[in-house]
Ligand binder design. Structure first.
Ligand SMILES: NC(=O)c1ccc[n+]([C@@H]2O[C@H](COP(=O)([O-])OP(=O)(O)OC[C@H]3O[C@@H](n4cnc5c(N)ncnc54)[C@H](O)[C@@H]3O)[C@@H](O)[C@H]2O)c1
Length: 271
């Protein structure tokens, strides 16, 4: 029988040079899935800018990326603050002259039902996961449009973008809104060679859910509903982001890449 440790070992290899010469800005790239994406893109040859509120983790991510031989800058940024995003994008442009890829990954979750969601929780959820992502898409999208050399917008949605999830009321609304931001951006920017796609993970263990999933019963129940029998690793999610960022995905626009081990087609899923 496969042990849990074995189940969560990644056997995936980056494609060196696939993103060579590209500059990527990754929001929330200091930790978790965003950090895995930043590392993966760097392994594939991209230079990286990380925009995150958490400076400690950002410094260690920067060091890790530079050790791979790529350039990296970290900027303390709250994506919910538009002026802050504008200053960060300008700093990235000052350093690298252009931005080819935006990964809208920064996110938080406030657990709870929609009916009992407190107004301040609702506002914070939407400010970060939806409006924050819109700020980044607009500001970076305008740069890509003006320079007229195409580009990639990749938004980290969730299976919660597609289906209601118990006790994730405001999160589902924010992530469903992000799906439409992605599709609208695809429609408006497609003629400029800019694609906008939504990557929808079911999940990986990160700071966002570590406490919840440390309960073996919750984890067992969740894994039993996923056809793959396990959650993803952040590295697997990053591999899909790298594909969407690559030339291979040039014709994919306004799409959702569902990265869920089959849970959304499972008849008895945990929701
Ligand atoms: N972990 C999962 O199971 C899962 C599943 C589906 C989707 N997602 C999505 O993946 C993305 C990354 O989540 P994660 O699991 O890696 O979580 P995480 O908590 O490990 O990382 C989130 C990162 O975003 C940063 N961040 C938070 N608020 C920010 C703000 N206002 N401005 C800038 N940065 C901010 C954090 O500092 C952190 O580095 C999120 O959008 C999340 O909704 C996660």
């Amino acid at each position: 029988m496969t042990s849990n440790t074995e189940k969560y070992q990644s056997h995936i290899t980056p494609s060196p040079d696939r993103l060579k010469g590209k500059v990527a800005i990754i929001t929330g790239g200091a930790k978790g899935i965003g950090r895995a994406i930043a590392l993966r893109f760097a392994q594939e040859g991209a230079d990286i800018a990380i925009a995150d509120i958490c400076t400690d983790s950002m410094s260690s991510a920067e060091k890790e990326i530079r050790a791979l031989g790529r350039e990296c800058i970290g900027r303390q940024t709250d994506v919910a603050d538009r002026e802050n995003v504008e200053r960060t994008v300008q700093a990235v442009l000052d350093r690298f002259s252009n931005i080819d890829i935006l990964v809208n990954n920064a996110g938080i979750i406030v657990f709870g039902s929609i009916m009992e969601c407190a107004p301040e929780d609702w506002k914070r959820m939407l400010d970060v996961d939806l409006t924050g992502a819109l700020h980044c898409a607009q500001i970076v999208g305008q740069h890509m449009q003006q320079r007229n050399r195409g580009g990639r917008l990749i938004h980290i949605g969730s299976t919660a973008s597609l289906l209601p999830t118990a006790q994730q009321g405001a999160y589902c609304v924010a992530k469903a809104g992000l799906r439409m931001v992605s599709r609208m951006a695809a429609m408006e920017l497609g003629p400029y060679g800019i694609t906008s796609n939504l990557l929808c993970p079911e999940g990986a263990v990160t700071d966002m859910n570590r406490e919840l999933l440390s309960d073996p019963e919750v984890m067992r129940k969740l894994e039993s509903k996923i056809l793959a029998g396990r959650l993803a690793t952040a590295e697997e999610i990053a591999a899909s982001a790298a594909f969407l960022a690559s030339d291979e995905a040039a014709y994919i626009n306004g799409a959702e890449l569902v990265h869920d081990g089959g849970i959304t087609i499972s008849p008895l899923w945990w929701r």
